[in-house]
Design a binder for this molecule. Structure first.
Ligand code: ATR
Length: 283
């Protein structure tokens, strides 16, 4: 009897996750036979549930909020990018039975920016809003693109300063509070705060976005986020949410598990077509 290869996303809450749909579309497109489910897993149950999943023959897991740090600890060993980001969103069973931890969020973001939207990172002045887990996961892949400079601004300035210090070796990066942004200008502003999730916006000075500048919110929804709206109001040439990043990080996880790289464009197009309010806003 051949058992179907099983994958899942663990998170809490998980009800509205698009990951089963995305991986289902990837599997169909690449003619891979697999099952991918979403499972509601609170933090306190994570290690038991992951143990059970792999013991019962599961091949790989995605881990989302609030489990990425726990997944990092759970992995037997980690890729360099996961090691740096201190968070794991992809666990993969290896041939020897060990569990590899990787983080595909940063590469997912960079691919969406550079490949899908032709937004230049090299030589650009980049601002990252927020100094939590989401920011940590994207800093190294962004710095690899050789931006002119990278500023991390956070409500709690101290956290931004400390986070920037950790990445000094990777390039020009400084941290500050939102008040440190007065009279500065950026070509690309990335929102990695969790403010969008509650419809809020960090306090941003006017004139922050350079002419021809772009905005990108790592969060996404069926309507434009508060930050995507801010970008458009501040004349961003592109003001995007994180749906493309979601699909790209999933494609990278799919590749790690299956050794096959799915085409992401048709999946992004399909998911966008199901968000008419976003399409209207972009017109
Ligand atoms: P995540 O893993 O999503 O990054 P996190 O580690 O809890 O979550 O970090 C959340 C980030 O969003 C932090 O940078 C937080 O700022 P503080 O460090 O000052 O708490 C930021 N954040 C959350 N709500 C915010 C708001 N309303 N305005 C500005 N920043 C906010």
């Amino acid at each position: 009897m051949t058992l179907i290869d099983r994958y899942a996303v663990f998170g809490h809450p998980i009800k509205h996750s698009k990951s089963p749909r995305i991986h289902g579309l990837f599997a169909e497109q690449t003619e891979q036979v697999l099952e991918y489910t979403a499972q509601d897993v609170p933090a306190e149950q994570f290690s038991n549930r992951a143990e059970k999943f792999f013991a019962e023959g599961g091949k790989g897991l995605n881990c989302t909020v609030p489990l990425k740090e726990l997944a990092w600890s759970y992995a037997d060993y980690r890729t360099e990018r996961a090691q740096i980001s201190k968070a794991v969103n992809t666990l993969a069973l290896q041939a020897d039975g060990a569990i590899l931890g990787d983080n595909t969020d940063g590469i997912g973001l960079v691919t969406d920016l550079v490949t899908n939207h032709a937004i230049r990172l090299s030589g650009s002045r980049i601002l990252v809003l927020g100094a939590g887990g989401a920011s940590r996961g994207i800093l190294a892949p962004i710095l690899e693109q050789s931006p002119h400079s990278l500023v991390i601004a956070n409500r709690t300035a101290d956290k931004a300063i400390k986070l920037a210090a950790e990445f000094h070796a990777n390039g020009s990066v400084i941290g500050c509070g939102f008040d440190g942004l007065e009279s500065r200008q950026f070509d690309l502003i990335l929102n990695a705060t969790s403010a969008s999730l509650s419809g809020q916006l960090p306090p941003l000075p006017t004139g922050l976005l350079a002419e021809e500048g772009c905005c990108y919110d790592l969060a996404y929804g069926n309507e434009p986020t508060a930050f995507v709206r801010w970008g458009l109001e501040n004349h961003a040439v592109k003001s995007l949410d994180g749906l493309g990043m979601l699909v790209e990080q999933a494609a990278e996880a799919f590749f790690i598990w299956r050794g096959v790289r799915p085409r992401t464009q048709p999946v992004i197009a399909l998911l966008n077509a199901e968000r008419p309010l976003i399409a209207d806003y972009r017109k």
